[in-house]
Ligand binder design. Sequence first.
Ligand code: GLA
Length: 744
Amino acid sequence: MRTHLKWPALLPVFTSFLFTCLSAPTIMAQAPEVFRLDGGRSTYAFGVNERGELQTLYWGASLGPRDKIPLAHSLPEWASFDSSYTNTPQEYSGWGGGLFTEPALKVAFADGNRDLVLHFVDANPNGPQSLEILLKDISREVYVRLRYSMDSETGILARSASIENREKQPILLEQVAAAQWTLPPARYLLSYLTGRWAGEWTLDQEPIHAGARVIESRRGSTGHQANPWFAISRDSSQEVVGPITADEEYGEVWFGALAWSGSWRITVEQTQLDSVRLTGGFNPFDFGYKLNPGERLETPLFYGGYSDHGLGGASRLLHHFELAQVLPHAPAPRPRPVIYNSWEATEFKVDEAGQMALAEKAASIGVDRFVMDDGWFGQRKDDHAGLGDWYVNPAKFPHGLKPLIDKVHALGMDFGLWVEPEMVNPDSDLYRKHPDWVLHFPGRPRSEQRNQIVLNLARNDVRDYVEAFLDKLLTENDIAFLKWDYNRNWSEPGWDQVPADEQRRVYVEFVRHLYAILADLRRKHPTIEIESCSGGGGRVDLGILRFTDEVWPSDNTDPFDRLTIQDGFTYAYTPQIMMAWVTDSPHWLDGRTTSLTYRMLSSMQGSLGIGANLNRWTAADFAAAKRLVAVYHAVQATIVHGNLYRLISPRNNSPFSSTETVSPEENQAVVFAFTHSTQEGRRFPLLQLQGLNPDAQYKLGWIEGKAEAGTPEVASGRWWMNHGLRLDLRGDFQAAAFRLDRQP
Ligand code: GLA
């Protein structure tokens, strides 16, 4: 077991860190009581105050390497109603001592005591940019280990906590955050993402006022309704003095994302003294984690970052971080293969001949991966039966999957398959054999949604079953990709296999087992790629993204709706993981008719897929799609790995929208532009590009559309950014795209 250095022993260690820091950003301890982490263009600092609490000192733009951060001093009492303890911003506050703001940790002890006050014990450097801080209750044997790890490139700080019970009796953890963050007193604007099925990724923005705003999921999984991401912009429009108003490209933004795929909560609080605190982690609703003597509970990671380039700068940092640090193939995940998926074309009516015919057509337009969706297994004819029975349906595939997979390979594509491992239909062999395997309370109804019930993955036997069938499927078949679906949320979340006072651990153990299965499968089948889907974008977070290569942002594939969905999505997540299919027109959801070109260009903003019924396509459709798939392949790396600038937002019923992505080396830019409808002859707004090298020359190349007369073919980065260009783009649901290539 690790020995914890006490301060006098630690000092020399930190002194050597100080020297390192002068050459490369890292951790510094300027005095025993102050800790400082530097990375990217930001600094984070906290210290131990005179009472021994760990107090937040600074989070924002980089400070000078030799700047001294004043020691932590607790804030005073506010009249007789608010103690110094509640007013002082702590890094991880225990509920006790008269705390009225959101606690990080709330504990009930076996003897009835519920007071918890955490004090600093010691600190351990844990690698060049990582630090572990040990806290302990002032009298009880409850220890909290806080972990900090700063990414040197983006300045994104990963934080988590581990709670350990060294008491002789069990304790009940009633509320457990991963981290708390504090911003200086100022006026702020909160941005967060909300939605519903087929309408995910709405960017909501509102001023932060006194009191608390809670964004959360109580559903057992991440949820469509809110995503565990936030961004907080300095809102100087409400201040007498201050920096320029925070917006898409200007101003200060603090942002964060919680890496957890179960019920979660982020509370954004403005205290009576105007400081803004954020607390995020496991959702305390219906929570209760019994920690036996000697046990620990590890929280998820809560990432936080800072940008002085507005929301655009914040999302570029996150995209870069996700690619370089989070995704399974970080730091260099390959651009996603262009897929074909027949779900919208065939729904459950899959069979060998039909899939083979579609595969031939998909291959003819340059698709890289053929994915068979729902309907191939058990007695699955519609959504009433079959989930849980993961054998190949013999009527639809009399010779198993091999003939189809061989055919797909012969056509030059790899093969992917849809699964929904955590679910069961009551009409299945699995449920008939193991009715106790689902989440339920004995004697109570087992509510069905989409005719299915959630398997209790927290159980070891269920975990083993799910992992075994997936392992077998991947061992027996040459499958390159799984679309891993999850089509309902929890109800009656009972786990009657364990004692009543341990049942609520299900909120943690279910997700841990999910992650463990994904990790095991990836270890046993190192080339497998996985998509996280949950009836669209119901399970997208930085937790699942450690194990999955891409996500399905929404079941809504209408290309106009997708512009807003994709816009919102990119505030938190990289276009690399944003799968976007071209489907049929008129669209099944909105009945809107759009051209194939418009649909293709809308999907090309992310990781392109085709989901249309190719049996209905004309020769002209095939030719147009083939050309654009080839164009996409040529510029895909820029689109999915580059720096994204949301030039014109499609939000708020904007008649226009446009995005630009610049390759990391600044040698290529790809721009997309869309009209909803032009009116009264108004022109498409001037496009002033961003992020180019001002002194380089760039050549304009059209993917689709044209510019107004007089636009040069070659001009400097300065010209494209300052003078800009005007598209000749008019009418309803029109789209254009072009590239700029740096000239030698
Ligand atoms: C979910 C997915 C769809 C499709 C169906 C299959 O709704 O989001 O893409 O796979 O399930 O049942």
